[in-house]
Write a protein of this length. Sequence first.
Length: 154
Amino acid sequence: MTKIIKKNIVPKVEQPFQEEKQQIANLQKDSSMSIKVFSIAILSVVIILVGALLLTKTNQNTENTKGISSEKQINKITKEELAKHSTKDTCWLAISGKVYDVTKYISSHPGGEAILEGCGKDATDLFFNRPGGKGSHSPSAQRLLSQYEIGELE
Ligand code: HEM
C-alpha cells in the first residue's frame, strides 16, 4: 500500500515544475522572437535611411551636372555668323554682348523698318541711341529683348 501511495505522489509534485519549465521555455521563445522582430525593424529603418541618403546625394549630383551643362550650353556666335543674318527674312543683332534673333519682331516694331539698320551687326549704339535723336529705347523695350536672346557674341 505504502509503495502505491508514493508512486502517486511523485508525479503530482513534479508536474507543477514541469509546467513552470514549459512556461519559462515559452517565455524565452517569445522573447527571442521579439528580439528578432525588433532587429528586423531596426535593420529596415537603417536600410531605408541609407537609401534615402543615397537618393538625395544622387539627385544633388544630377542637379550639379545639369548646372554645369547648362553653363556650357551658352551659344557662342561669331561676328561672321552674325553677319549672315542681316535681312528682314533673318535678322540677328548684337546688343551689349548678347545676340538676339528679332526676325519675328520686325513686323511689330514701333519704329518700323528702322530696326533693319541693326541686322547682322553689333547694334548696341543704335539701340541705346536711336536715329533721329530719339535717344535710348525705354526699359520696357529693353525687357522685350530677353525673349529673343539666342546666344552671346564671341
Ligand atoms: C537696333 C536697331 C533698332 C533701331 C534702329 C530702332 C529704332 C527705333 C525707333 C527709331 C523707334 C522710335 C519710333 C517712334 O517713336 O517713332 C523705336 C521704338 C521702339 N523700339 Fe526700336 N529700334 C531697334 C531695335 C529694337 C529692338 C531690338 C527692340 C525690341 C526687341 C525694339 C523695340 C522698340 C520699342 C518697344 C519701341 C517703342 C518705344 C520704346 O519703348 O522705346 N527696337 N525703335
